[in-house]
Design a binder for this molecule. Sequence first.
Ligand code: HEM
Ligand SMILES: N[C@@H](CC(=O)c1ccccc1NC=O)C(=O)O
Length: 330
Amino acid sequence: MHQLNRIETGVPQTGADDGQVFYRVFHSVASRPYNVANIELFLAISVLISNRPVRANLYLIKTQPGVLFFMTVTYSSYLKVDELLKCQHPLSEGPEHDELLFITIHQSYELWFKQLLHELDFLIRLFNQGEQNRALHTLKRVDSIYRTLIQQVDILETLTPLEFMSFRDRLSTASGFQSYQFRELEFLYGAKDAKKLENYPEGSEHHQRLQKRLESPTLWDAFLGFLAGQGHDIPDSVLNRDYSKVADPSKAVQRVLIDIYRNDPLVSEICEALVDIDTSLQQWRYRHVKMVERTIGSKMGTGGSSGVGYLQSTLFRPVFPDLWAIRSEF
Ligand code: HEM
Ligand SMILES: N[C@@H](CC(=O)c1ccccc1NC=O)C(=O)O
């Protein structure tokens, strides 16, 4: 939220020698108050500018008797660039040249994970409201983000084993395994696993976020609810399942999907967009495991797993298995 700037128009702050009245204008971006001699002119200009917000960075947002509030928006204040650029703290001595890349890549992943959760929560609402076209649009955006995330692996692949070893010991037991947003995304897609909550202290914000995701309907649940709303015959036992568990594959659902692919081109496009996302998720895992293999070989992971062996066991596991099961039926 932008800081509110307050102009005191009621009480003149400074009297000048020639009798001119000055008003103190508090301007948070300038970070110091400064004096304005002609408050009426200043206000008039502010109001004028506020009517053309595109051409100015001063927005009049509220007036009270004697008081004017306005916001000043700049590139840096809007995007919090100063705050953002203060968030990279290498731990190695020196610091080692390559540690900044490692931090930058992970932070950008986390930002995109945030965006993905934002889009997917919206998508679930669109399915609940039967908004087919906007749902398809959002699915395409989600997949486009994943394609970017997969490509980002290229950058980290330029990190040689020696370069990574120059700071790896500083990472201690930290690992991508602990990314709570990654786990939230997994839960949202349907890979529910209550055991994953054990990595976060009970009562902590991260634990609470995951607990909520664990108990909530998944993207697939929302999609099936949407199909039921369109008149498709989705069994009640499928719709009213225990959301905290992985959904069982369903022959009844698969029959509905086959019918959709044959008779409903618009909804089958949504199915294909879901398959795109499923493919992208699996591609990211594949690219990650190959990157890990070339960087640390058969070493154990900092998160305590066997490393590459563990990551290989997570490959080729679709999040929407019913959409894969039907593909040999045509
Ligand atoms: C040099 C780069 C990297 C190496 C060597 C590496 C290594 C590993 C290893 C060994 C694991 C297994 C867990 C453990 O630590 O025991 C793991 C898990 C994980 N890593 Fe990475 N990683 C790298 C980069 C990344 C990047 C850029 C991300 C992006 C967010 C990421 C996200 C994850 C996630 C989410 C897991 C958990 C996967 C799961 O449990 O299914 N890693 N990584
Ligand atoms: N698990 C990695 C370390 C690692 O990659 C990492 C460490 C801290 C924060 C994020 C990481 N990225 C992915 O696991 C390793 O075993 O070397």
